[in-house]
Write a protein that binds this ligand. Structure first.
Ligand code: F6R
Length: 607
């Protein structure tokens, strides 16, 4: 997770940019760099490794200038080299970037065909080159950035600096966070308020799709449609910025909205620089030597295993057994040296998952864990701890950890498929290209929040709610029901769609909303038949589908929420958004404590 900072200052900016980068170093430290405007020209210093290296290079050759941008990098596209370090400069433009540009390869080919020469392997450089091209065609910096943004696909936050324009800095966000800081005769940009804390506590958080044009006198913000946007300036208590909710009412809302950004990192972490193959994590099992996988976790993390079971079985043809940790540990299941065991835990402290891990140690041939908290007990005790890259999750109900667990599992399933000879190099590249759409599609699904909030107003009046799904949507139905129960205290159950007529259909009447997760996939028609069985009995169906699914079903459903069309590997990640937001808004309607629901704890360290 890269960190960005920018200062339009009244005095030398490089030392303060370095200070801001130190506060952002937690976001990555593969390399760092600063660009300033010195006498109207762009000058840069970049160094590989931790900030100390950049500090040294600045000591050896200080950077003057009253305007500058800085970056601390967590490498995605391109190795951690000086050439790949940000800022990237093309002609009169310098840019720093946090996120991933999905369509960088076709853009780079197009720019190369037009004569552009690239100095790095990064996706970021296409942004600088594109912007420089628009400037060369006579556009102003603001017009050039707007035209550049219109060509980019992906999730990102950006800061631009322009040679010859000492009083202009432009920021933009789509999917990744970016804040504007207000000083006295100075203005700032930063990945978070923490980076800006020593300079100002007066912060404007940019919203999805915003572009901010800064001068020393202030900022003008434009929304995704290019209209002037009025974004509130808030005073953030400097002591509290570490756990700041940003523009959100709750940590849960913030964490749900962070998903496009963190998913990009979770995906990239397990892929090669060109994003065309899965990078084998050091010490990872050779899945070709495994006869069976056993996956163990609790709650939401268990549902991530449930989705993963479908993926490993279909993509890699490995039999997978899943179990909740509290059952697994006492059942004393037989485990052999040909088994691989995977434990999943956001906190890395869940007592049952830890006990299950200890049970398989010495029995399973391969043991690994997917964890979010790197220093946790499960991370330390497992042979191999794979990070899920979700960043700190504060809300008790898990959201971004779930989708990041899925992102890591998707990569591992493809890797296993390759190792076991079921996935060719060509298929791997095409599966990864499909996965790369996840951050953008999740950002688009988040754009459907008003529809989900409207549906939640009706759900909040229900006493019982059923969730249905088939295939990999079945665990999503379970996750949707869990989220609704824990956040709104409404009774909810998730069922495999086909199981409904074996009992639960007796519950159906006009008072029980039935939420059906049904992308237009191979099992769509079957799920829709089950939906009709519900409607024939007076049940009210909230259908969550895509445009093709909605067209197929027509008018019958009580409500329909339309998500973007997604590859089957991306769909479970995408449908997590309505599972989360329907519960979140229902809880808001009911006035429950969203971030700390009653009776729960973030780390369940007792059995
Ligand atoms: C539900 C939720 C819990 C956790 C479960 C496991 O929203 O957060 O069900 O998923 O307690 O916790 P970890 O992943 O920390 O082991």
């Amino acid at each position: 997770m890269c960190g960005i900072i920018g200062i339009l200052g009244a005095e030398a900016v490089a030392p303060r940019i370095l200070g801001g980068l130190k506060r952002l170093e937690y976001r990555g430290y593969d390399s760092a760099g600063i660009a300033t405007l010195n006498g109207g020209a762009i000058e840069t210093r970049r160094a590989v490794g931790k900030l100390a290296a950049l500090d040294e290079s600045l000591n050896a050759a200080p950077l003057a200038g009253l305007a500058g941008i800085g970056h601390t990098r967590w490498a995605t596209h391109g190795a951690a080299t000086e050439a790949n370090a940000h800022p990237h400069v093309a002609g009169p433009v310098a840019v720093v970037h946090n996120g991933i540009i999905e369509n960088f390869a076709p853009l780079r080919d197009e720019l190369r065909a037009g004569g552009a020469v690239f100095a790095s392997d990064t996706d970021t450089e296409v942004i600088a080159q594109l912007c420089a091209q628009f400037l060369a065609h006579g556009k102003t910096p603001q017009e050039a950035v707007a035209a550049t943004l219109a060509r980019l696909r992906g999730a990102f936050a950006l800061a631009f600096l322009f040679a010859g324009h000492d009083d202009v800095m432009i920021g933009a966000r789509r999917g990744s966070p970016l804040a504007v800081g207000h000083g006295v005769g100075e203005m700032y940009l930063g990945s978070d308020a923490l980076a800006l804390a020593p300079m100002t506590g007066r912060i404007t958080y940019l919203e999805e799709g915003d572009m901010a044009v800064l001068s020393r006198a202030g900022v003008t913000v434009y929304d995704a449609e290019g209209r002037l946007a009025n974004r509130e300036m808030r005073v953030v208590n400097v002591d509290q910025v570490r756990v700041d909710k940003g523009n959100y009412r709750h940590f849960m809302a913030k964490e749900i909205h962070e998903q496009p950004s963190v998913l990009g990192y979770a995906l990239a972490h397990y892929q090669t620089a060109g994003r065309d193959a899965v990078q084998v994590p050091e010490g990872a099992p050779d899945f070709a030597k495994v006869d069976r996988l056993v996956m163990v976790a609790c709650g939401t993390a268990y549902y991530a295993c449930h989705v993963a079971k479908y993926w490993f079985e279909s993509i890699a043809r490995i039999p997978v057994e899943i179990d909740v940790a509290s059952e697994f540990r006492y059942r004393e299941p037989p485990i052999s040296a040909r088994d691989g065991a995977i434990f999943v835990s956001q906190s890395g402290e869940t007592a049952d998952t830890l006990a299950a891990l200890r049970y398989v140690q010495g029995k399973a041939g391969q043991v690994l864990a997917l964890v979010n908290v790197a220093e946790s007990t499960i991370a330390r005790e497992s042979g191999l701890a794979l990070p899920i890259k979700a960043g700190v999750e504060i809300s008790v109900a898990s959201s971004k950890a779930f989708t990041c667990q899925l992102a890591v599992f998707a990569n591992l399933a493809i890797l296993a498929g390759r190792q076991r000879g079921h996935v060719t190099a060509e298929q791997e590249t095409s599966l990864l290209a499909a996965l790369a759409t996840a951050p953008r599609l999740v950002a688009e699904a988040l754009g459907q929040e008003p529809e989900m909030a409207a549906a939640a107003r009706d759900l909040s009046r229900a006493r019982d709610v059923l969730f249905l799904g088939r295939g990999a949507m079945y665990p999503l139905a379970l996750e949707g029901a869990l989220k609704l129960k824990e956040l709104s205290y409404i009774h909810a159950e998730g069922y495999a769609s086909g199981e409904l007529k074996h009992g639960p259909i007796a519950l159906i009447d006009e008072h029980v909303p039935v939420i059906c997760f049904a992308p237009f996939d191979a099992v769509f028609e079957k799920t829709i038949s089950n939906m009709h069985e519900v409607m024939a009995r007076g049940g009210r169906v909230l259908l969550v589908t895509d445009a093709k699914g909605a067209a197929e079903v027509g008018e019958g459903a009580w409500k329909t929420i339309i998500l973007p069309e997604a590859h089957p590997l991306v769909a479970p990640i995408l449908y997590a958004v309505p599972a989360q937001l329907l519960a979140y808004h229902t809880a808001q309607e009911k006035g429950t404590d969203v971030d700390q629901p009653r009776n729960l704890a973030k780390s369940v360290t007792v059995e």
